[in-house]
Design a protein around this ligand. Structure first.
Ligand code: ADP
Ligand code: MG
Length: 377
């Protein structure tokens, strides 16, 4: 049945609306760790329905309820968490531009969620996602498809982009201090000019995972070199792991171009105003972190409320990930929480930020939530 022009327009409009609602928020509270204060009772209480939580606000002394797409209790392990994002991740193979973020204060479990550690049960979403996608791509390749996969890894620090895999680039001539810029191609897609794209072997699972290990090692070394040089920690930059997926169907000629971005955001903690003047480098870092996180919030908010203008260009992060935050994009944000009483204030801020992201789910009746109070977030 053919659609006439008006029907088609309406269909497109509905599709766009649907995509606009394609922002999910998952909350993950980490367990208590040996370094945390002993005999601390967590103010965070995850409800058994797996979709809501209550936090006892230390300042007001009263509980605040939140509802999200999913709320993981501290006991939720890496495997379970991945299971809940696995389909989402794999939609990159259908040509979606998919992005997962981890948001939260330093020490709340962002890197644990995204990267995890080792090659065993503690590995996080990045290695599990790559493994899953390679598996799927391999089986598609046995059915007339020809999928290629490549990876990039970059860091955004003080609104500058840095290629963490530059030393793996075969072509010489680009210096490691070179700053990268975001451009748009003919199809209107964002790309980073000159960013290394390291091919990953789809048809040999062992080789593919070894290539991933190697590039994760290279990225970790570039990050630690940079962090000592700039006297800062990786928690003050955003890192984005990208998987580029290109498929061609030998029978039908169909082409699929998908992307998966796994983004470990800078710590969301607020600036300690008393100490702010002490260090100009720190101050600049904090300002740019705040700027890009608040821009991300603004973009999510504009999408959730159906605003006509979405301010993608206000930060490198949102400009880079524009494809995931519009059109055929899909985004999922993890809000990572620390369970401690001392982190309660930051946890409330993170949850408010997330609530603003999730407004579509909460219904339009919800007023605009100004997260972070008067301070710039
Ligand atoms: P962030 O990246 O947000 O600063 P990390 O991911 O580095 O925080 O986590 C801080 C510490 O807590 C690390 O030692 C990490 O291994 C540990 N951790 C975080 N989340 C969990 C979890 N769900 N289970 C066990 N340990 C965790
Ligand atoms: Mg981290």
């Amino acid at each position: 049945e053919l659609l006439n022009g008006e029907q088609l327009r309406r269909h497109m409009h509905n599709t766009i609306q649907e995509l606009r609602g394609n922002i999910r928020v998952y909350v993950r509270t980490r367990p208590f760790l040996p370094g945390d204060k002993q005999n601390d009772e967590s103010p965070v209480d995850v409800s058994p329905d797996g979709e809501s939580l209550t936090i006892l606000d230390r300042r007001s002394g009263s509980p605040i309820d939140f509802k999200f797409d999913k709320v993981f209790p501290p006991s939720a392990g890496q495997e379970l968490v991945f299971e809940e994002v696995s389909d989402f991740v794999q939609s990159a193979l259908d040509g979606y531009h998919v992005c997962l973020f981890s948001y939260g204060q330093t020490g709340s479990g962002k890197t644990h969620t995204m990267q995890g550690c080792g090659n065993g049960p503690m590995r996080g979403i990045i290695p599990r996602a790559v493994e899953k996608i390679l598996d799927q791509a391999r089986s598609l390749n046995q059915h007339k498809w020809n999928f290629t996969v490549s990876a990039s890894f970059l860091e955004i620090y003080n609104e500058d982009l840095k290629d963490l895999l530059i030393s793996m680039k075969s072509s010489k001539g680009s210096s490691s201090s070179e700053k990268l810029s975001i451009k748009r191609n003919r199809e209107g897609r964002s790309y980073v000019d000159g960013l290394a794209q390291i091919p990953i072997d789809v048809n040999d699972p062992l080789a593919g995972m070894q290539q991933l290990d190697a590039l994760m090692g290279v990225a970790a070394r570039s990050r630690s070199v940079a962090s000592t040089k700039m006297n800062s920690q990786s928690s003050r930059s955003h890192s984005v792991f990208m998987l580029h997926l290109n498929g061609f169907n030998e029978e039908s000629g169909a082409i699929v171009n998908g992307a998966l971005n796994l983004c470990d955001l800078a710590g969301s903690e607020r600036l300690d105003r008393s100490g702010a003047g002490a260090d100009a480098v720190r101050l600049r870092e904090t300002q740019s972190i705040n700027k890009s996180l608040s821009c991300l919030g603004d973009v999510f908010n504009a999408l959730a409320t159906g605003a006509s203008h979405v301010p993608y260009r206000n930060s490198k992060l949102t400009y880079l990930l524009q494809d995931c935050l519009s059109g055929d994009g899909k985004a999922l944000m993890f809000v990572n929480l620390s369970p401690t009483t001392a982190s309660c204030g930051e946890s409330v801020c993170s949850l408010r930020f997330a609530q603003r992201v999730n407004q579509v789910e909460l219904g339009k009746a919800t007023k605009h939530i100004e997260y972070g109070g008067k301070g710039k977030r």
